[in-house]
Design a binder for this molecule. Sequence first.
Ligand SMILES: Cc1cc2nc3c(=O)[nH]c(=O)nc-3n(C[C@H](O)[C@H](O)[C@H](O)COP(=O)(O)OP(=O)(O)OC[C@H]3O[C@@H](n4cnc5c(N)ncnc54)[C@H](O)[C@@H]3O)c2cc1C
Length: 423
Amino acid sequence: MPSSDRGTVHIIGAGMAGLAAAVRLAGSGRRVAIHEASLQPGGRCRSYYDHAAGMVIDNGTHILMSGNQAALSFAQTIGSMGGLQVPAEAEFPFVDVSSNERWTLRFNDGRLPWWVFDKERRVPQTTVIDYLLLARLAWAGDDRPIGNVMNCSGPIYDRLLHPLLLAALNIDPREGSSKLAAALIRQTLALGGKACRPMLSREGVGSVFVDPAIDYLKRHGASVALQDELVSLELVGDRVTTLQFSDRTEQVGEDDRVILAVPPYIATKMVPGLSAPSSFRGIVNAHFRVDPPAEMPPMLGVVGGTCEWIFSLPGRMAVTISAADRFFKLDREELARLIWAEVAAVSGMPATLPPWQIVRERRATFAATPEQNALRPKAETAWQNLVLAGDWTATGLPATLEGAIRSGYRAAELVGDRLRAAA
Ligand SMILES: Cc1cc2nc3c(=O)[nH]c(=O)nc-3n(C[C@H](O)[C@H](O)[C@H](O)COP(=O)(O)OP(=O)(O)OC[C@H]3O[C@@H](n4cnc5c(N)ncnc54)[C@H](O)[C@@H]3O)c2cc1C
C-alpha cells in the first residue's frame, strides 16, 4: 500500500506514458489515481477481441528494439519480459515483390559494424561506401527534412533506409526529421546488433504492456478509473485547482499533482498557450486468422509492394503499412483483399481470404517533420502542480513506445521533485 500521505498524483490518460508514470510513482509508494476516458487502458497500444477476425488482435503490431531501454525496464518492472519474443540474432529478412528477390540483413553484435563489409549480411546491390550515409544522417546538424540531408534513391535507400525510417518515423522519410532519424540511428544501429533485435509481443501488446501494468498498479494500491473523462482543468495563478470530469468535479489539494498524459489535440484544449504537434499520420494494420507457414519468419520486410511488414505469429498473420493515409478511403474489404493477395504470393498461402480485420489509426503518430518536431513541449508547464507526458512531448525520439515510456518516467521524476520541494 502507498506509504506517502503527501497527496495524490492524478494521471489523466492510461496510454503507455500515463501507465509508465503511474508504475514509477506507485512503485515508489506514491498515491496514484489514473483517469482514462475510454473503456480500456493502453491508448494507441492495445489488444482486444475482434469478432470479425474471431481472435484477439492489436490495434497495431508493435515492434520494440532490444536497445529500447526504458520500454524494456518497464516490462521488467511489471514482470512481462517473458511475453516478448526475442530473436537470437539481429536479423531482418526482406523480399522485393517486384523481383521476388530475398535477402536477410544481419547486424553483428559489437559496435564495430563489420556486417557492412560482408556481402552475405548487407543489402544486395550495395557497397560499403553506401553505408556512410548512415553516419552522415546520424550526425547531421540542424533539423532538416531527410531529403535535404541525403540522396533518397538507390538500393541502400530503397532497401534499407526507406523501410526502416518509414517504420520508425511513420512518414515518407524524405519529409521526415533528420534529428529524429539521427536519434534513432544513434540508439539502435550505431550500438550494434545487441541493440537491434526486433522484439514482438507473442500474445499481443496488451499482454506485455497493458494488463501486467494494471495488475502491478492495483497491487501497489493505485486506482484505475475507466470511462473517466477529464473535460477541463481549472487553472488559478500557478496551480491547477480543479479537475472537471464528465460526471463530477474534483478539487486538487495542496499536495496533489496532475500528470496530463493525453494526446496533443486534447491537451491543447485544456492548457492555454500550449505548443504541440498538430499534424498526424495514419497507420493501417491488417489481421488474418490463419496458421502461417513454418518457413515464414516472425517479421518479413516487404519492398516494392503494398505491405511493408508481414508478421507471422501463432495462429495469425498481420501486416503493417505506415504513413498509410492514402488507404483510408478505400473500401475495407477491397483493402483486405489487396493486402492478402500480396501476403499469399509472398508466403505461398492459398489466395482465399481468411477471416480478417482492418484497423486504421488516423492519428497514429504526430507527423515527424522538422516543423512538427519543433512544436513539441517540455514536460514542465507554467503551473507548478501540472506536468505533461506523451510520445508527442519533447523526448527527442519519434512517437514510439520508448518515447512514450520515457516521457512517463520523466513526468514521474518531475512530480517526485516537486513533491520533495514542497515537503
Ligand atoms: C497502429 C500503431 C502502430 C504502432 N507501432 C509502433 C511500433 O511498432 N513501435 C513503437 O515503438 N511504437 C509504435 N506505435 C506508437 C505507440 O503506440 C505510441 O507512441 C504510444 O502508444 C503512445 O502512448 P501515449 O501514452 O503517449 O499516448 P496514447 O496512447 O494516445 O494515450 C493517451 C491516453 O489518454 C486517453 N485520453 C484522451 N483524452 C482523455 C481525457 N479527456 N480524459 C482521460 N483520458 C483521456 C486516451 O484514451 C489514451 O488512452 C504505434 C502506434 C500505432 C497507433
